[in-house]
Design a protein around this ligand. Structure first.
Ligand code: AMP
Ligand code: MG
Length: 352
């Protein structure tokens, strides 16, 4: 059985004090809170849902909103279908993955995300590894969906041997990416966060200075709600099917970028054992430890997204240690048999 819900994680709900904001996905739905009105633009992208919340006075009127949503959707289609989707055979990433080796012209977006992925791979001592794509597929969490069994050791060893992020070289000035082997990559652990930042940029370019953008639980909030109070974000209780608040996040600045990673939604159960979609690059097996979720607050949503995945792979002890070393604000939810407990890095203190 697969975990309920979207393919993407909805680890972080944009918990916005008033429950009236939990309206269903609907084009251009309109809702009001106690003190002002909010516009919600929502739809689907990257295998999950997106939502943009705006103040009604900034969004002006419905024809402007329709045009704005069209611009948002156009941008998301480029990021998803044209660049990062491994499900679309002629997306940039798929073309890169299908080739044996060579030098490729790459979009600035592809280069930005891949470059940061390589850096976080290095900083996390290999825990964040997008070159696990063939392994993710083999376990049934990528493009070969539907598999729900443990692969044979021989097949797993063969596929595991294909990983090798260090076989990729980026020449950002030339706008090219080179690969020396048939390595294939899956940027699902970072691209949603990047897309959130890109939609944030699009809104700012249009002079909108109070908004919240969310894709599959990765959130960027800027400015305030219509009543002048900061957007209220929170960490969801890591239990599939429940949308309950585990920990509110204290808003600290004009801009908050928050992302999460967890194993409680996207998994399958085989012979009583749970196998989740996040793979340990040291073994090729789904990560299996007491952690249920990791939430990171960072400078950008891309950063938060990649680090949440990396720290989740590392587990509680090594994850907290690295987060403290790098001064990352990270919150860990776990179940060690005594119910849900939590731990956080030093830098997270200010958000409690
Ligand atoms: P996220 O939901 O951001 O934690 O990303 C999880 C997704 O990233 C998975 O569904 C896989 O597609 C991919 N992935 C799995 N394991 C890793 C890993 N160790 N490093 C980077 N990406 C991974
Ligand atoms: Mg991630």
């Amino acid at each position: 059985m697969r975990g309920a819900g979207n393919k993407g994680l909805l680890l972080l709900s944009a918990l916005i004090a008033s429950a009236t904001l939990f309206f269903s996905y609907q084009q251009l739905s309109r809702s009001t809170d106690d003190s002002g009105s909010l516009i919600s633009l929502d739809g689907r992208t990257m295998g999950t849902g997106y939502r943009v919340l705006l103040q009604a006075d900034e969004a002006v009127n419905s024809s402007v909103n329709t045009e704005l949503q069209a611009a948002i959707e156009t941008r998301l289609v480029i990021l998803d279908k044209t660049i990062f989707s491994t499900y679309v055979p002629d997306s940039e990433i798929s073309v890169f993955n299908q080739a044996d080796q060579g030098v490729f012209n790459a979009s600035p977006e592809f280069i930005t995300v891949l470059q940061r992925a390589l850096e976080i791979h290095r900083l996390s001592d290999g825990a964040f590894d997008p070159s696990l794509k063939p392994v993710v597929d083999l376990w049934g969490f990528g493009t070969q969906v539907g598999r729900q069994e443990v692969p044979s050791p021989d097949v797993l060893a063969a596929v595991f041997g294909l990983k090798g992020l260090t076989d990729i070289r980026i020449a950002s000035n030339a706008g090219t990416v080179q690969k020396k082997s048939g390595v294939a990559i899956d940027l699902s652990g970072i691209a949603k966060g990047f897309a959130v930042d890109e939609i944030g940029k699009l809104l700012e370019e249009r002079g909108i200075s109070n908004f919240l953008v969310e894709i599959g639980g990765e959130v960027l909030s800027v400015g305030n709600r219509p009543d002048g109070s900061p957007w209220q974000l929170g960490i969801e209780k890591p239990v599939a099917g429940e949308a309950e608040l585990l920990q509110p996040i204290r808003a600290h600045s004009e801009k908050m970028a928050v992302a999460g990673s967890g194993n409680y939604r996207n998994y399958f159960v085989h012979e009583g054992q749970r196998y989740s979609h996040i793979i340990d690059p040291r073994t090729g097996w789904p990560v299996s430890h007491e952690l249920l979720s990791v939430t990171v607050i960072a400078e950008s949503t891309m950063e938060a997204d990649a680090w949440a995945t990396a720290l989740f792979v590392l587990g509680l002890e090594a994850g907290v240690r690295l987060a403290n070393e790098l001064q990352l604000a990270a919150y860990f939810a776990l179940d060690n048999g005594a119910g849900i407990q939590s731990w956080h890095s030093d830098a997270f203190n200010r958000y409690l």
